[in-house]
Design a protein around this ligand. Sequence first.
Ligand code: ADP
Length: 531
Amino acid sequence: MNSPSDSIDDIISLLNKHYRPNSNQEQQSQQYQRPKPSIGNVMLPQIKQQLNVLSAIPNTYNNNQDKFKRKAASLNRQQQPKQQIKDTNLFQIPMTRYLTFKPYSGSTDIIINDVGYYYKFGSSPIKLVKGLLEENGFKESNDKNWTMYWSSCAIKSEIYTNLFAYQKVCHFPKSYEMTRKDLMHRNISKMQINHGFINFNFIPKTYILPAEMSYFLEEHEKIKNNNPVYICKPHASSQGKGIFITDKIQDILNKQNSNNSYVVSHYIDKPLLINNLKFDLRIYVAISCINPLRIYIYQDGLARFATEAYNSDSVKQNRFVHLTNYSVNKDSPNFIANQDPTLDYLGSKWSLLALREYLKLNKINEQQIFERIEDLIIKTIISVESAIFQACEMNVPFRSNCFSLFGFDVLVDSLLKPWLLEVNFSPSLNIDAPLDLKIKGEMLADLFTLIGIVPLDQRFSQDLSYVRNQSNYDFKKHQQEFEKYIIKETEEELKRSRGWKRLYPSDSSSKYTKYFESDRPLNALLRNYYK
Ligand code: ADP
């Protein structure tokens, strides 16, 4: 494998030797443009039908329907988050080429010529990932010669330890510290204690039972006259399975006899409603690198609606009122499937962009909601940064090997405060409607472009990303050159970010420094660079 060279000049001359400007690079340097969505003047019969169904529900939406329809038609999907890109030519290090991905079209018969790129699944294949990679020239690999490893499950440590520098795996080790319901609460609670409750007050108060039963009962005793309502979830479950909502302490005590561990949270009983329906947000978040830490949020996502009108006094067992999971509500007779991705504000699942537009039209300060969401994302990731960083140092050979896609589930209450409900380790990439294909397909193509997949002819070139985590490379001796390389790598990644908006580092990174367990030199470097 590549061993670090002694001198930066050697590395740069090798980089120059391998570097050939090509059309791929030109394509990357152009401003990314999405195709314009268009809504014709003709209203399709199925949409007409949906509007009729919607108008049967008394709501604020219908009062605004015409206005909203017009506005949605003029939505500009090309809006790019404003990001500060600095001129890296200054460093005299040539730009690295990476593969650019186009979204999956949904085609089932793709003919792939073997051009040398391979993917491997560590779990059962996911149609969207497979289709996208194959349409972009990847073939399935049966041996170790793969570039992209995708798995819905945790990745075994022997996969990490044997990685080559050009290989990418879709999870960081120890990400479960953030994605297991009980561990996420433990980690955020720790931050509340160490850094002030007020700064990490974005998760509902939660108890892990049976371990915290006596604490839970003590706390309940103090507030029982207010009739608190709790939502109880199995600690390692998903899709609303095993969840119940109750104001009877006995229901929770009964669970004590089962062998399973439960997380019990205060129920947020005044959610923000649209059309009288409760909804939550699926926000896509990516970590492209842990050292230095780089976090991105996707500009689009999903809003998922409950299917029966909300009333905090209604029977708590009615899952169609209180749970917003797609997997629950798709079985409701009121569920409306979205048929047309250009009309992404119709049905039981909306696009995040359509939701934001709707909030704006209804004079709701959506910008403030999303600033708070961005803040809670950064803080949640910082709460597990140390665990992931250390696991990578021990098990992962190269800084460039891992990336992660997370699904942050957020509920907004009637005071416009966002609450983090959970972080999904493997957010659903199922395509149940054309809207899923559009949003998830573009998001994934942009993610694969962002993380930087190295072209074949650069695989074995010398490059500072090829310095092993555990090597005896003398960073002190080459500090200046290494720092230049990190800035170049970070700026180039930003140029490939397309629909991803970088949250960290940013010009306001410094306000988060105090929350890190340790101020890593590379985070400090970028913090100062963007100041
Ligand atoms: P799962 O992983 O099983 O989907 P979640 O934590 O996402 O579990 O909860 C499922 C649904 O329950 C959420 O989508 C949301 O609608 C509702 N929910 C979860 N926690 C709360 C809470 N504390 N207050 C109000 N509603 C909640």
